[in-house]
Design a protein around this ligand. Structure first.
Ligand SMILES: Cc1cc2nc3c(=O)[nH]c(=O)nc-3n(C[C@H](O)[C@H](O)[C@H](O)COP(=O)(O)OP(=O)(O)OC[C@H]3O[C@@H](n4cnc5c(N)ncnc54)[C@H](O)[C@@H]3O)c2cc1C
Length: 541
């Protein structure tokens, strides 16, 4: 343990996923001592927890990665366009090995509290087994989508078979071959999981609340030519991500609006882009799909028509048709055979929102208002407490003992998703009111911003950086104003995790900055260049 005025580490990061690994790199490079803790048994974050069949990224591999080292970019070889969890995990190990990060990482350590110490300006963290240590700067690398939502369903603990959240998939795997599987939820996880499980399970029954707009993934192997092209153009790819509204290496804006394009031409362009897969359909066809309600409606109709071409049973197709909210108001999952799975005899879709609400889980399965479904395994694919869940799950106490979860009860306030007023010397990587974008891009941009702030503190001899309440109010208001102008704001109609509206005990909140990831990155740069006007810097006498 260090002396009273000397913390154990300059920086402590909580979380050893993409954000934790990038934190180690950038802090070490800037000359700071850094330690990263994770409650998981392995590094990888998302990819160590979400080991369900079919789990894969929706970002294409070549920009779903860390970019700080040219060597890493050149040496690593992806096998497919959208890597599965095993490959993503292997990639994270490659990064940690290659960059000698292991001495900075402590696994199987859940942080249960973090206390700001007014007298020193340091943070003290406490682990579940009672260990304590201190740092000058606390960084949350706990993930935007890491804290599962466990639904409160009557009888859940009476079920005799395995019943668990998809993000807590048994680490040693689960033998579901020949078993009757029930999946509660029909979001991105189920879209990935269903086609794989249906191949060997006796039956898979999906209990759906809200259908999604789903776009084709179009998985494909990484060929030698494609890999060479990527590796020769990494500087451009990184620049594209940095300058894109969604942090992805897309060629947009395209300079064309659907509203100004004749209908035949619209269809031709849609048809041309659809088979390319990924989110490119949204970003590389027309620039007004997410801003003009009529253009959005036309695009949404096209997506639905494609679903109807695949699903043979019209009644099932009707149940799979998203209604009452705009296209992209919920992030669309990518399809790896989801719709075709519903043409199989061993797959059944149950509408638990309107037709047969879920009543309880019994010893042997799931009971709805209409039926009893006999099951061997129940998977809760019920999503995440996005943006704030992980930080609210432990006791983070700032000035005057203020609990972060109390502060965020109604408004998940921050400055750019990085600073929180009353929580000095604390930073978040992709916290609430940051954009929803390609996460590795945002993570690295956030960390570079944080490093600049910490460097300024060291260079100028400050002890405390105090995020300003006025700056926080401004960001909250700005984020709400932008949100109000988007299709996402079509009110209560969008029951989306992106608004925290999947949490039954919480009011929907504006959790996301919708002004564009590129604009957001510019704002961080402007702030750093201007000496962080959102923050007051102080010395402790
Ligand atoms: C199935 C799935 C697919 C996804 N696909 C994409 C994609 O294609 N593109 C994209 O951009 N994003 C995707 N995401 C979002 C994904 O979360 C990010 O891409 C990325 O993994 C975030 O990295 P992170 O390090 O910020 O957080 P995470 O990977 O979530 O890591 C956070 C870590 O913090 C740890 N932690 C949390 N609380 C504590 C605590 N109290 N004590 C100790 N440790 C703690 C957790 O154990 C976890 O390991 C996906 C998410 C899921 C669930």
């Amino acid at each position: 343990m260090a002396s009273q005025n000397q913390p154990d580490y300059d920086v402590i990061g909580i979380g050893a996923g993409f954000a934790g690994l990038a934190l180690i790199h950038y802090m070490r490079e800037a000359g700071f001592s850094v330690r990263v803790f994770d409650k998981a048994a392995d590094i990888g974050g998302t990819w160590t927890w979400n080991r369900y069949p079919g789990a894969a990224s929706d970002s294409e591999c070549y920009y779903y990665c860390l970019t700080f080292s040219k060597e890493l970019l050149q040496e690593w070889q992806w096998s497919v366009r959208y890597p599965g969890w095993e490959e993503n995990l292997r990639y994270m190990h490659f990064v940690a090995d290659k960059c000698d990060m292991w001495p900075h990482i402590q696994l199987n350590k859940e942080i249960v509290r973090a206390d700001y110490q007014e007298d020193t300006g340091h943070w003290q963290i406490t682990t579940a087994d009672g260990d304590q240590c201190t740092c000058k700067y606390l960084v949350s690398a706990m993930g935007m989508i890491s804290q599962p939502v466990i639904p409160d369903i009557k009888g859940m603990d009476t079920f005799k078979g395995p019943c668990f959240h998809s993000a807590r998939w048994p680490q040693d795997g689960l033998d579901y071959a020949g078993k009757r599987v029930g999946i509660i939820g029909a979001g991105a996880t189920t879209v990935q999981m269903l086609p794989v499980m249906a191949e060997t399970a006796e039956s898979v029954t999906v209990f759906q609340r809200t259908p999604n707009f789903i776009m084709p993934a179009v998985q494909k192997p990484m060929t030698a030519e494609w890999e060479q092209e990527i590796k020769e153009h990494y500087d451009e790819i990184i620049a594209k991500c940095r300058n894109h509204v969604f942090g992805m290496a897309f060629d947009s804006p395209v300079g064309r609006n659907l509203a100004d394009t004749p209908p035949d031409e619209v269809q031709r362009i849609f048809e041309e882009h659809w088979p390319q897969g990924s989110f490119r359909f949204v970003f590389e066809t027309f620039d007004d799909l997410l801003t003009n309600p009529e253009s959005n409606r036309v695009a949404g109709e096209f997506v639905i028509s494609k679903m109807k071409e695949k699903v043979k049973d019209p009644e099932v197709a009707e149940m799979l048709t998203p209604k009452g909210y705009p296209f992209f108001a919920k992030r669309p999952p990518l399809d790896h055979g989801y719709y075709e799975a519903y043409n199989r005899d061993n797959v059944k879709l149950v509408d638990i929102k309107d037709r047969e609400p879920l009543v309880e889980i019994t010893e042997t399965g799931i009971r709805t208002t209409e039926n009893d479904y006999e099951l061997d395994i129940i998977v809760l694919a019920t999503g995440f407490q996005a943006y704030t869940g992980a930080q609210e799950a432990l006791a983070i106490r700032g000035r005057n003992g203020l609990l972060l979860s109390d502060k965020w009860e109604d408004v998940s306030a921050s400055i750019m998703g990085v600073f929180v007023a009353d929580f000095p010397n604390m930073f978040m990587i992709t916290g609430p009111q940051a954009p929803f974008a390609n996460l590795p891009t945002s993570i690295e941009q956030n960390i570079m911003y944080i490093v600049d702030c910490i460097k300024k503190m060291g260079d100028e001899g400050f002890d405390v950086c105090e995020p300003q309440k006025e700056a926080e109010d401004e960001w909250v208001e700005h984020t709400a104003d932008i949100h109000a102008q988007t299709l996402m704001a079509q009110g209560d109609r969008v029951h989306s995790w992106m608004m925290g509206a999947n949490l039954e005990d919480r009011k929907p909140r504006v959790l996301i900055y919708f002004g564009g990831a590129n604009v957001y990155y510019d704002k961080m740069r402007e702030s750093a260049d201007a000496g962080f006007p959102e923050v007051e810097f102080e010395r402790i006498a």
